[in-house]
Unconditional design. Structure first.
Length: 154
């Protein structure tokens, strides 16, 4: 599988890996695991989606935000692997944090925007376990943040 060709066919260009928003590392490799810090729906240095799902952000917009988080997750994977996609073995886990209005509970459908994108790009290697939860708010008022764990080769 050629990830760059798959992305190009999808008309997706990975950005440079977004820098951390505070005093933490954007990724860490320990053993054969690559841990990616929470990625927000940021494009070209700007938060593309802001607000809470079910209030200022619609569920379809939230799915698009989750997809953008996945794009940023893959940008971090590419940076961590120094551009060598052959090091990527498989997805292990993603966790989505959804900032929502009190009456919104369809968190799994929102996170599908991330999961579906990862599987579309990586095929079976993109399948993962996941956790999703609603929260009362997130940094910079974004509707979703996604962190991830991947298996990589040394």
């Amino acid at each position: 599988m050629d990830i760059e060709q798959t992305l190009a066919a999808m008309d997706v260009v990975l950005p440079s890996a977004p820098p951390p928003a505070a005093n933490y590392l954007p990724w860490v490799i320990t053993g054969n695991q690559l841990w990616i810090a929470g990625q927000a729906p940021i494009r070209a240095g700007k938060y593309e989606f802001v607000g809470r799902v079910g209030a200022e952000v619609t569920p379809p917009q939230a799915q698009a935000a989750a997809r953008l988080c996945a794009i940023n997750v893959l940008a971090q994977v590419k940076a961590a692997c120094a551009g060598d996609w052959s090091r990527l073995v498989k997805g292990v886990r993603i966790c989505g944090y959804i900032s929502s209005a009190p009456e919104f509970f369809d968190y799994p459908k929102v996170l599908d925007g991330c999961s579906d994108f990862l599987v579309e790009v990586l095929g079976d290697a993109g399948k993962h376990v996941r956790t999703v939860m609603g929260v009362s708010g997130l940094r910079f008022n974004v509707p979703i943040v996604v962190d991830a764990v991947f298996e990589v080769r040394a």
